[in-house]
Every structure is written in structure tokens, then in C-alpha cells.
Design a protein around this ligand. Structure first.
Ligand code: NAP
Length: 306
């Protein structure tokens, strides 16, 4: 089975390459814009530059590779940047998805599309796959429109929605909650963390596993793939401080209305993952286990650098 990954330099993309290259029956084609940043034995996969905004590049790579499965992770994931630069957001998160669909339709590739809890209003949670979407920001609108394009396409597809992904890789274009809290407290910086937003944080390895299980089973439809503990960022910060034995007194509890951010955030999301559990045998790690895994990876990265 040949699997082509877009956005392979990203957090999920790198975890997918790490996981799929351990499966002898899978041939991995990792694609991203710019040079290869993936920390994985280069002999185990092919890397190709692919800017998804460029239709000619998308057509060329897909027609040459003819993948059985495409896992489309590439996106503009900075929520405030999407609000401030809506044109770029739409180009990356919507028009480029149409490029991928157009190219893939010629080969009938199974299309696994990554989406988000931010398609929901945040008025209630945790959420089922069938709950009504109602985004409160432009990032959410763009990802919802992309879902509609995928559903309207002629492709066999799965839409994988996820929530607040955390993890570590050697090359990261953006931080995430555990890394930010750990680094801030290690530098004795005071941080304010909101206690009025609810999420089910997702270990990047678990998300990669969810995508792999979907690809293996050719499971079609919408899947909620996340952790299963409903927590506020403040609770996540306290758990991180406790795990790394850092000073929790540096963490101040606050509310989202005290922050000026370009994009509104949905207050309460989080997912019910029963469908993934039953249909895919998907079983995520607990948040504490997730921190432990990140901690072990940080230690081995440190050892690599010494
Ligand atoms: N992270 C979360 O908390 C979260 C939550 C819900 C849903 N999701 C969804 O999950 C997916 C993966 O997220 P992630 O955390 O892995 O994101 P990420 O770390 O930001 O990775 C996205 C990747 O896409 C690449 N990319 C950007 N523009 C591109 C282009 N024009 N052509 C090709 N590649 C391009 C980026 O390249 P550069 O490295 O060059 O920037 C980056 O490597 C996304 O679809 C996102 O919407 C993420």
C-alpha cells in the first residue's frame, strides 16, 4: 500500500512518517513545502517537495506517485493568522484541498483529511461526529468548508477531526501546551493560563495511530480522534508542572476574556471517541501517559544533541 502524506514536516506529518515506516507493507511518500525536516531514517521513505497551493505541483506528484492512500495534514494551523490573513488561510485550507481532490480523483486514492474541533461553536461538549458544526472563527470556517469539499468529492474518504495536539519532534514550526508550560516554568517565567476552555488534548502519536487504523481498514466517514480526558488548559498546565516537578505557583489561572486574540476560541469542545474505539479499536493514552512519552522523547533529543 502506497501512502502519500502532505505537510510531512509538521507535527502530525512527522509522527505519521515515523509510524508508517515501521510497517513493512506500507510504502511512504512524505511531501511538504521546503526541504525535508523529518527525523526518520531517510532510507525508509521517499521525500518530495510539494507546495499544495500549486495545482501543477499537486497534479505532477499525484500522477507520478498514484498513491493508494493520501493523508492530507498540510494546513495553515495558526488560528490567529487565519483570522488576520483570510486570503492565505482560504488558499491553504480550502482551495488547496480542492487541488488535492481534483488530482486524487483521477486515481481513486482513499483520502484521509485532517480537520478540527474548531468547526464547532463551543457551546456544548464533548461532541459526537453528528453534532452540528457552527464555527466561531475563520480557521474553523475554512476547515468546515474543506470538509464539505471532501464530502462532495467522488473520492472514498475519511475526515479525521482532532483536538489540541501535543507532542515533540526535532524540528517544530510551532510549540504546544506541554512544551510551552515546561519551557516557561524552567525559565522561572510567570504564565497566565485559561481555565474556561475545555478540550480533550491529543497526543500526536495517538492521532497518527488513528490515521493509520483508518487507512488499514479503509474506514470511511467522519471520525473524532482525540484524547478522552476533558481538561482546561489551566489543568493541563498544572499536570505538566507536577510531572516535571516545576513550580506551579508561577501559573496563574485566568479567563479567555482577559486575552486579546485576533480569533475567538470555542469555549467548550472535546470529543466523544466511542465510534473510533468501536470501529477502529482506537485507544488513546491518558494525558499523564502522554506527558511521560513527550518527556522520554525530550530526553533522547537532548542526548542526541550532546
Ligand atoms: N495542532 C493542533 O492542535 C490541531 C488541532 C486540530 C486540528 N489540527 C489539524 O491537524 C492537521 C495537522 O496539524 P499539525 O499540528 O501537524 O500542523 P503543523 O505542525 O502546523 O503542520 C502543518 C504542516 O503543513 C505544512 N504546510 C503549510 N503550508 C504548506 C503548503 N503550501 N504546502 C505544503 N505543506 C504546507 C507546514 O509546512 P512548514 O513546516 O513549512 O510550515 C507544516 O509542516 C492540520 O490539518 C490541522 O488543521 C491540528
Amino acid at each position: 500500500m502506497k501512502v502519500l502524506i502532505t505537510g510531512a514536516n509538521g507535527l502530525l506529518g512527522q509522527k505519521l512518517v515515523n509510524l508508517l515506516t515501521t510497517k513493512p507493507h506500507i510504502e511512504v511518500v512524505a511531501t511538504s513545502r521546503g526541504p525535508n525536516q523529518i527525523a526518520c531514517d531517510a532510507a525508509t521513505y521517499t521525500y518530495r517537495k510539494l507546495d499544495i497551493t500549486q495545482l501543477d505541483q499537486v497534479n505532477r506528484v499525484i500522477s507520478q506517485e498514484k498513491p493508494d492512500v493520501i493523508i492530507h495534514t498540510a494546513a495553515l494551523t495558526h488560528v490567529d493568522q487565519c483570522e488576520e490573513d483570510q486570503e492565505t488561510c482560504w488558499l491553504l485550507n480550502v482551495q488547496s484541498v480542492q487541488h488535492m481532490i481534483q488530482a486524487a480523483e483521477k486515481y481513486g486514492s482513499f483520502f484521509i483529511h485532517l480537520s478540527t474541533d474548531f468547526i464547532f461553536s463551543g457551546k456544548k461538549g464533548p461532541l459526537h461526529e453528528e453534532d452540528e458544526p457552527m464555527p466561531v472563527n475563520f480557521y474553523g470556517q475554512s476547515k468546515l468548508e474543506a470538509e464539505r469539499l471532501v464530502m462532495k468529492s467522488k473520492l472514498p474518504y475519511a475526515i479525521v477531526r482532532t483536538v489540541l495536539v501535543y507532542g515533540v519532534t526535532p524540528h517544530m514550526s510551532r510549540s504546544n501546551i506541554i512544551l510551552w508550560v515546561k519551557e516557561s516554568l524552567e525559565q522561572h517565567k510567570k504564565i497566565q493560563v485559561v481555565d474556561d476552555q475545555y478540550r480533550t488534548p491529543t497526543l500526536a502519536e495517538d492521532l497518527a495511530m488513528g490515521c493509520y487504523l483508518i487507512a488499514e481498514k479503509r474506514a470511511q466517514g467522519i471520525f473524532h480522534i482525540s484524547g478522552e480526558e476533558m481538561m482546561t488548559p489551566y489543568q493541563m498546565a498544572l499536570a505538566t508542572a507536577a510531572f516535571f516537578q516545576l513550580d506551579a505557583k508561577l501559573i496563574t489561572r485566568t479567563n479567555s476574556n482577559r486575552f486579546k486574540q485576533a480569533a475567538r476560541r470555542p469555549p467548550k469542545t472535546g470529543f466523544i471517541i466511542d465510534k473510533a474505539r468501536k470501529m477502529l479499536n482506537y485507544h488513546p493514552h491518558s494525558f499523564k501517559e502522554g506527558i511521560q512519552i513527550v518527556s522520554e522523547q525530550l530526553n533522547s533529543l537532548k542526548n542526541m544533541l550532546i
